[in-house]
Design a protein around this ligand. Sequence first.
Ligand code: CA
Length: 512
Amino acid sequence: MSNNPVHTIIKTAPQDNVGIIPYPGGLAKGAFVSGDVILTEDIPMGHKVALQDMPNGTAVIRYGQVIGYTSMDITKGSWLNETNIIMPQPPELENIICKKHDSLPQESLSGYTFQGFRNASGTVGTKNILCISESVQCVAGIANYVTDKIRKELLPRYKNVDGVVAFDHSYGCGVAIDAPAAIIPIRTIKHIAQNPNFGEETMVIGLGCEKLRPERLLRDGEKGTKQSILYLQDESFSGFEEIVKGIMEMAELHLKKLDQRKRETCHASDLVVGMQCGGSDAFSGLTANPVAGFASDLIVRAGGTVMFSEVTEVRDAIHLLVPRAINENVAQALIDEMAWYDAYLAKGQADRSANTTPGNKHGGLSNIVEKALGSIAKSGTSPIADVVSPGEKIKTKGLNFAATPASDFVCGTLQLAAGMNVHVFMTGRGTPYGLSMVPVIKVSSNSKLSQRWHDLIDFDAGPVAFGEKTIEEMGWELFQLILDVASGTKKVATDKLGLYNDLVLFNPGPLT
Ligand code: CA
């Protein structure tokens, strides 16, 4: 037996009838795994092995939940994947009971701080950036030209300002601006300008004839002034050079104010952390997401705010989330967001199964049910204090569900609008995702990825897979990293390298 040792596999719940192969090279046919299971074929890393014979139609159990049913007779030791598992129906929303959550009181955490930029309204920034908002895509060419010029000519004089960004988007005109769904892109653009990292300095570039009036992008009650709105069609400008000069002068007024901002000691309760996944694999639900979930609980215990999102990645686990809602209204709001998204997908003749990618499946996730059960681990165990619709700002501290699509860029954009000041992004397959407006901490679900992408990944949750470290230990480490990144004392990989993705609006409304 010494040349055929018993190998480790990972089970997530005692009742699971499948195990996950954790070895980077997978396991070969004939390998022994825990119990008396012998592999009947080669199985790659992250994939599932049947721990018992499963006749056609047997429920496949992972995370203690049914992730599907076998579509043929499976013998013990065989490879289970999307080709031999049939996906179950999603939980029926009508049958979920909304009742008050009787949660155990969580012990509060105090004494954890970071150095942040406090704004007049009380929000706290983790960067100090000039954001140039645009009311319509027509102005993007000039806005980007000027942004480059500001970076080169003005920023060197304002040492306390970290950068300048123009928020380009495709909205603003050629759209049914009064359609009910138009409110989503409009409030997203408006609320992004209010992200705590921009120091409450509003600067909007408009064209002049567009449907989305720049005044709609100001704070509630704020009046448009020469400091806050500039129209390219303003008749006082004669030609490109004069327009550029006008925008530069306006930018300088804001840079002077932003330059006064200084970091000060802020409590961890000022954190607003957005969690999301991208390029998940079977380890995401075992390592990175539970570690993020533990850190999320710590932030909530410290009085801070955490949001998780991605409707299609929670839809199949909604029966586990609704009972965590803090009251009936929040429970109903969760169900309403699921129902809205079901209808949105149905209109496009799709359903939540359109979520999974070839990479997810290659990484061992057979379907969206398995992906969702792993995905919700990043929400930790705290009660769900509130739900916000796409593009809305968070109003309640604690754990929030911010309803968004799962698309990385759309989710990131909506979390920025919700007010996040640190982004935590879990990946198994690997993505160089980064945002210029907030620091993005990238957490790898497996060490194979973090070793290959040593300069792109910020935190490796892989040691949890083999029990080298516990979820608790790594959760504390991630919490500390979040505080260091929020303070600016540690830089994330994408900020060191200057790798930034575009923001992408969620526009479920019609174009004209
Ligand atoms: Ca995502």
